[in-house]
Design a protein around this ligand. Structure first.
Ligand SMILES: Cc1cc2nc3c(=O)[nH]c(=O)nc-3n(C[C@H](O)[C@H](O)[C@H](O)COP(=O)(O)O)c2cc1C
Length: 330
């Protein structure tokens, strides 16, 4: 069974991917309830943390019930990252994860995120120092390489392992690809097949059906799957994958009642956590998927995603419950 440091995980664990404005405590909790084995925060700027920027600091919040949880940081300056590690430790997460995969220009241009894939010695150095700084297990999330001509992920993963990381999650795309094309899991399997690798190698990118997860496990031989977009507005995905692993069959999709209940709890937890304005705003992106497949739904979806008042969104849920209560999801 794979382990991250002393954290014991089930066979082929499912990890909730770090996702900006998505992987917040309410959503992580919902995913955990539905079977996610490890959850990660969205990326948190080390520069923001050391400036005590409220926007970064709030992202350190964790609920006891979501453990094991990893806090993900990004940056490219050694001093800032080490200070950020000290701050992160005070929140008592189970894991510290380093983001070496974010492709966004404003991050990359500072050599952070996937930007560091152009400077592997710096990537290794930062990782080594972070590992030395903390007693917590350190994991890394990265991409295959900067571009197609510079894929050295087998060597990179081995070097990161040698400076002490406890697991690596690899998104099967390069920085240049951003989110285009299909994720390529072959180079991730090459990392896993490297005889010198002994830490878990988790695959990421396009695991959007239970069959894809099985393929990642059986054909590519990876140690677990990190799941991002397939879970947005659909925390049941984790349970569905696990059911498929166990039985080879598909679970019935969640009922309308389960969806409305989840949407309500999600919104309420978000409001409790970050206040009405942000709670209402940041839960919006989930609704399309919570209610996907219902015909003539636009009017209700619009209410959910344009109302600024929580009461109006809750009223929209109630209307949906009344009008579509018997809808059968395919
Ligand atoms: C909305 C969104 C926000 C993301 N934010 C982060 C982030 O903060 N840190 C990170 O490492 N990756 C981030 N990612 C990348 C995902 O973690 C993941 O690598 C990517 O979506 C591919 O996995 P998927 O096909 O399962 O979605 C983000 C992706 C999305 C869609």
């Amino acid at each position: 069974m794979p382990k991250i440091g002393n954290i014991e995980l089930p066979d082929f664990p499912l990890l909730l991917a770090p996702m900006e404005d998505v992987s917040d405590p309410p959503f992580r909790k919902l995913c955990k309830e539905q079977g996610a084995d490890v959850v990660y925060t969205e990326f948190i700027s080390s520069e923001g943390l050391i400036r005590d920027a409220a926007k970064s600091v709030i992202k350190l919040d964790i609920y006891e019930k979501e453990r094991p949880v990893g806090i993900q940081i990004f940056g490219a300056e050694l001093d800032s990252m080490l200070q950020a590690v000290d701050i992160v430790e005070k929140s008592n997460p189970d894991i510290i994860d380093i983001n070496f995969g974010c492709p966004v220009k404003k991050v990359v241009c500072k050599n952070a995120g996937a930007g560091i894939l152009r400077d592997i010695p710096l990537m290794v150095k930062l990782t080594e120092e972070i590992v030395k700084r903390t007693k917590l297990p350190v994991t890394v999330k990265t991409r295959l390489g900067w571009d197609n001509n510079s894929i050295k992920i087998v060597e990179v993963a081995e070097r990161l392992q040698d400076v002490g990381i406890e697991a690596i999650s690899i998104h099967g795309r390069t920085r240049v690809q951003m989110y285009k094309g299909e994720a390529d899991w072959k180079p991730i399997a090459e990392v896993k097949n490297n005889q010198r690798m002994h830490i878990p190698v988790f695959g990421n990118g396009d695991v959007d059906t239970p069959e894809a997860a099985v393929k990642m496990r059986d054909e590519y031989g990876l140690d677990g799957a990190m799941i991002g977009r397939a879970s947005i507005g659909y925390p049941w995905f984790f349970k569905e994958v696990k059911h498929y692993f166990k039985t080879g069959g598909h679970l019935a999709p969640p009922t309308m009642q389960e969806r409305v209940d989840a949407a309500r709890r999600h919104l309420q937890m978000a409001i409790d956590w970050k206040g009405e304005k942000l709670g209402v705003f940041e839960t919006r992106r989930h609704y399309t998927n919570y209610f996907k497949g219902i015909p003539h739904f636009k009017e209700y979806r619009m209410k959910m995603v344009t109302s600024d008042e929580a009461a109006d969104v809750f009223a929209a849920f109630e209307e949906v419950e009344e009008k579509f209560g018997n809808f059968q999801f395919a």
